[in-house]
Design a protein around this ligand. Structure first.
Ligand SMILES: *[C@@H]1O[C@H](CO)[C@@H](O)[C@H](O)[C@H]1NC(C)=O
Ligand SMILES: *[C@@H]1O[C@H](CO)[C@@H](O)[C@H](O)[C@H]1NC(C)=O
Ligand SMILES: *[C@@H]1O[C@H](CO)[C@@H](O)[C@H](O)[C@H]1NC(C)=O
Ligand SMILES: *[C@@H]1O[C@H](CO)[C@@H](O)[C@H](O)[C@H]1NC(C)=O
Ligand SMILES: *[C@@H]1O[C@H](CO)[C@@H](O)[C@H](O)[C@H]1NC(C)=O
Ligand SMILES: *[C@@H]1O[C@H](CO)[C@@H](O)[C@H](O)[C@H]1NC(C)=O
Ligand SMILES: *[C@@H]1O[C@H](CO)[C@@H](O)[C@H](O)[C@H]1NC(C)=O
Ligand SMILES: *[C@@H]1O[C@H](CO)[C@@H](O)[C@H](O)[C@H]1NC(C)=O
Ligand SMILES: *[C@@H]1O[C@H](CO)[C@@H](O)[C@H](O)[C@H]1NC(C)=O
Length: 856
């Protein structure tokens, strides 16, 4: 028995060994090196397009779809940071589960056939809490981050080695047949190095050498590192990197962060970078000898829980990226870049095998021509004029170049793509509200409707105090970021003879705080709140308060909203109240700063974990169908059915104040529909021309900075879903809804003078004319079809997707032809030819076709 069981064991092990041997063989090792032109993969120079997708900013069930959509968008590689503080929860206590399953993410990239760029850091900035470094490290005595400091270097190296060994063990480096072709150490250190003096220089050198000594078999990069030592490659991060040059003539030109949008802050505007300008920046980069470009972000995703940094970065990290927060392609940006990538790829051979000839075609116009000895030729011609379109002559042909644009000629003759001409489809998305549905596994649900369980926290010290001390402690030093919340309480004796107790005028409380937010309670009543913002974190609270004669309890609820994530010595930035005083008492101003303050870390509900199954019943919830509204410090809990359908879900918190939300114990994150000032600068329509900056094309002035909070579908169960909300200020929980994110319509809009390039024949044939008639193409999402044609007009239609209108020039059969070709199809294409339209219409004018369809 014993023997046979161990024999079968041995056989099993043998079989597994053989299997793993075979699997290793199936992905052969390959060699990644570089020269001045590009990375060289197994001897071949490559031009690479990469897409940043951060694994913890979505959930594992979304990863395959996101990676696939990136691949369809024409990228060669996925890039991610590694998030140290998500992995090493306390010294030597590692976590790689759930959203932090790094190996699973890498393998999904590998299975998709894409490369992977692993930016280990482990400092990452990334608008991520504390820049990715664990908060505990700040409290190891003697530690100073990111300089020649022994404790810091010790823990950094230990984590770096841990990650590299994990990747090696899973055979994830290219040298082992895995997808990783590049790795990064540190991150944008060059900006701050001088602030650290000689220690900074020594540290940068140490970091580079330490990384190289890991023997991963793949090159290391350091972005924005102005003294990166050999063989580490220094790389560029910016909105434009066409003018970037590596420090060293033998390094390729690599762009690690092209920002196709920008992040958002609570109280801030909604930034948009126009697709024409993103494409322009990428085309310029490859025109000027670039070899690898990474979109930061390609999918921004969500800062779940308390993972956002800043402070004040929103829970949404949508970034106006080509894939939106919810995982849907953002069109036309996604499609426009896909066409760009396809066009650049057609030029790859010429680009990596020849030196460019630069021809001036005008004061702000130039051609970069790449022609190899065998006559293979590709050209990029650009118009840098940000106001005027231009007609240029190139190789005896005329080309029309819109202002601030690049045309790509993969054969030095036919234009495959112009960055300013958006021919790919546009889509509009809607958030379709659905009421919260009570869970079907609850008894009597029909009788009572939606029931809420309510628990109201006490303002101030809710159980034992953590400590009392004369004076005000630093918030972050006290909580060590185990929670956003810290109570500071004291009492104030008010004399019977104070005038205001008779005449009704109120004294003023003034609190100076380093940040980030504050609610003031007196005798359990919320008085007022004050907040800093992403530009100025410190703030002053100044408000009348109601006092009574005798003893008054003063309770300050101080809050952080994401810890500082970048800057020299950023880890020393404090938070919380520093000065408290009262004006308007008989004694004049009373300075309360050095009073005896009693502190309590966190909320009672947090401490008892009443948001997940561990502590759900830790308090006496009061069940009601009419939960209190505008009630501060209130926990709400409801059991729900999932919203219908399979669209991505956003939790609509527009009628709530500020707080935290969970579903089934999973952290949705901080919510705060804080309005952006209406006095900020916003645009109706964005002019893509000219240099972009994050403030250039914003919307959302006067509107809540974040209304919807992504709740991944995979977090829902068929019934009995527990939604828990902690509301700080007061809101209306009965107005909370789920919204389903749906592509409501798909549009395409093309002018008869915008020929469509015939990629297929070009790749097969070589020389010739590849300009087909202008074509409108429409494509619905998988498993949906065009069910209605909302608008179609050939002529001079006006407006944009969702608001097209006929002009005075209109072919009346437009709708019927579009219906005939497109109805009930997943995708369709229509050429602007006389077979389809009345080309004689309105002679002398350039006509266009605009179509809007519904996919269901
Ligand atoms: C990798 O490629 C470089 C040149 O591209 C070559 O010098 C080197 O020997 C190769 N290394 C291996 C392990 O094949
Ligand atoms: C352009 O035309 C001139 C004059 O006809 C001719 O000499 C030249 O070769 C042409 N260039 C190209 C690139 O075709
Ligand atoms: C604060 O007090 C609570 C309750 O006594 C305790 O569980 C917690 O560990 C204390 N935290 C600190 C940082 O002292
Ligand atoms: C109320 O009493 C306060 C304190 O004595 C005094 O400063 C204030 O002027 C009085 N206000 C009115 C309206 O009488
Ligand atoms: C941030 O706060 C400062 C100081 O209160 C204020 O001047 C500034 O306008 C605020 N900025 C924004 C974007 O709200
Ligand atoms: C936090 O505590 C440390 C150690 O006591 C101290 O050096 C530091 O100044 C404190 N930080 C702030 C912001 O008060
Ligand atoms: C006002 O001054 C008196 C006399 O110095 C003192 O006893 C009292 O505590 C003071 N009141 C407050 C609120 O500080
Ligand atoms: C209040 O007292 C604190 C602590 O004693 C002191 O640092 C601060 O300067 C005082 N504030 C004012 C406005 O006098
Ligand atoms: C599309 O499908 C619907 C429902 O199946 C059908 O009624 C309609 O005739 C179809 N239209 C076309 C143009 O095929």
């Amino acid at each position: 028995m014993e023997l046979s069981s161990s024999t079968s064991h041995m056989l099993l092990i043998l079989a597994l060994l053989i299997l793993s041997f075979m699997l290793n063989f199936s992905s052969a090792a390959y060699n990644v090196t570089y020269d001045s032109r590009s990375l060289i993969i197994d001897g071949q120079r490559k031009l690479l397009i990469s897409a940043a997708i951060h694994y913890p900013r979505s959930v594992p069930s979304m990863w395959p779809g996101l990676v696939q959509l990136a691949k369809e968008g024409g990228v060669d590689a996925i890039e991610t940071y590694v998030f140290w503080n998500g992995h090493e929860l306390s010294p030597n206590n590692y976590y790689f589960g759930g959203r932090f399953d790094l190996v699973k993410f890498c393998k999904i990239v590998q299975q998709s056939g894409l490369y992977l760029i692993l930016r280990i850091g482990p400092f990452v900035a990334a608008e991520w809490n504390f820049g990715g470094i664990p908060v505990w490290l700040h409290y190891i005595p003697g530690t100073v981050f990111r300089t020649d400091n022994e404790p810091f270097k010790y823990y950094m190296q230990k984590f770096m080695i841990y990650i590299v060994n994990l990747m090696k063990k899973e055979k994830l480096f290219a040298s082992q047949g895995g997808p990783i072709i590049l790795a990064q150490v540190e991150n944008e250190y060059g900006f701050y190095e001088t602030a650290y003096g000689e220690g900074g220089k020594r540290y940068a050198l140490w970091a580079a050498r330490m990384a190289v000594s890991q023997n991963t078999g793949v090159p290391w990069i350091m972005c924005e590192q102005f003294d990166a030592p050999d063989p580490v490659i220094d790389t560029c991060n910016s909105f434009y990197c066409d003018q970037f040059k590596s420090l060293s003539p033998n390094k390729p030109k690599i762009w690690t962060e092209n920002w196709p949008g920008w992040y958002k802050t609570f109280g801030g505007r909604d930034p948009h970078r126009p697709p024409e300008d993103v494409a322009f920046s990428v085309a310029r980069f490859f025109q000027k000898g670039g070899s690898l470009q990474n979109y930061y972000m390609y999918h921004g995703g969500t800062n779940f829980g308390r993972t956002s940094g800043g402070p004040f970065i929103t829970t949404s990290y949508d970034y106006n990226a080509p894939i939106d927060e919810y995982g849907l392609a953002r069109c036309p940006k996604w499609g426009h870049l896909k066409e760009l990538h396809r066009s650049i790829k057609l030029c790859e051979h010429a680009l990596v095998n020849s030196e460019p000839k630069v021809l001036s075609l005008g004061p702000l116009q130039e051609a970069d021509v790449y022609e190899d000895a065998s006559g293979v030729c590709a050209a990029f011609i650009s118009n840098m004029d940000d106001k005027n379109d231009k007609m240029v002559e190139f190789r005896n042909m005329s080309y029309y170049l819109p202002s601030w644009s690049v045309s790509i000629l993969p054969d030095c003759k036919n234009v495959a793509f112009n960055t300013a001409k958006v021919g790919s489809q546009t889509s509009t998305v809607e958030m379709i509200p659905t009421d919260l549905q009570p869970s079907t596994n609850l008894p009597n649900k029909d009788l009572k409707g939606l029931q809420w369980d309510v628990f109201v926290e006490k303002a101030g010290i809710w159980a034992d105090a953590n400590f009392s001390i004369n004076g005000l402690v630093d918030h972050i030093n006290t909580t060590k970021d185990t929670t956003d919340y810290l109570w500071y309480t004291t009492s104030l004796l008010v004399d019977e003879t104070e005038g205001f107790t008779r005449n009704g005028s109120s004294p003023i409380l003034i609190v100076e705080s380093k940040g980030h937010a504050l609610h003031v309670f007196v005798n359990q009543k919320l008085q007022a709140s004050a907040f800093g913002n992403a530009t100025v974190s410190p703030f002053i609270f100044r408000s009348p308060i109601s006092l009574k004669a005798g003893k008054n309890e003063i309770a300050l609820l101080s809050m952080t909203a994401g810890l500082q994530n970048a800057g020299a010595f950023y880890e020393w930035t404090g938070a919380g109240p520093t000065q408290v005083r009262i004006e308007g008492l008989k004694n004049g101003t009373v300075n309360m700063s050095s009073y005896k303050w009693t502190n309590r870390i966190g909320l009672q509900g947090e401490n008892l974990r009443i948001y997940d199954s561990i502590g759900l019943n830790g308090v006496n919830w009061v069940s009601t169908s009419e939960p209190p509204k505008e009630q501060p410090l209130t926990w709400y809990k409801a059991e729900l059915n999932p919203p219908p359908g399979d669209e991505p879900i956003g939790l609509d918190m527009i009628h709530m104040g500020k707080g935290l939300a969970w579903l089934n114990g999973q952290e949705i994150g901080r919510y705060w529909p804080r309005k952006c000032s209406k006095h900020e600068e916003c645009v109706q329509q964005c002019d893509y021309r000219g240099k972009f900056s994050p403030d250039k094309c914003s919307t959302g002035c006067g509107e809540p900075s974040q209304r919807w909070y992504h709740v991944p579908r995979s977090w829902f169960k068929p019934s009995g879903n527990v939604l828990v909300i902690f509301e700080e200020i007061g809101g209306d929980p009965t107005s909370i809804q789920f919204s389903r994110r749906k592509i409501s319509s798909v549009c395409s809009h093309i002018s008869e003078d915008h020929p469509s390039f015939d990629f297929e024949h070009f790749q097969k044939d070589g020389a010739g004319d590849y300009n087909n008639k202008a074509t409108v193409s429409l494509k619905c999402q998988k498993n949906t079809q065009i069910s209605a044609v909302k608008f179609a007009s050939f002529g001079n239609p006006v407006g944009t997707c969702g608001s097209y209108a006929q002009g005075e020039c209109h072919d009346p059969s437009s709708i019927s032809i579009v219906k005939k070709v497109c109805l009930n199809k997943t995708e369709c294409a229509l050429e602007l030819t006389k077979d389809n339209f009345d080309m004689e219409l309105c002679p002398g004018s350039v006509k266009k076709l605009a179509v809007e369809v519904v996919c269901t």
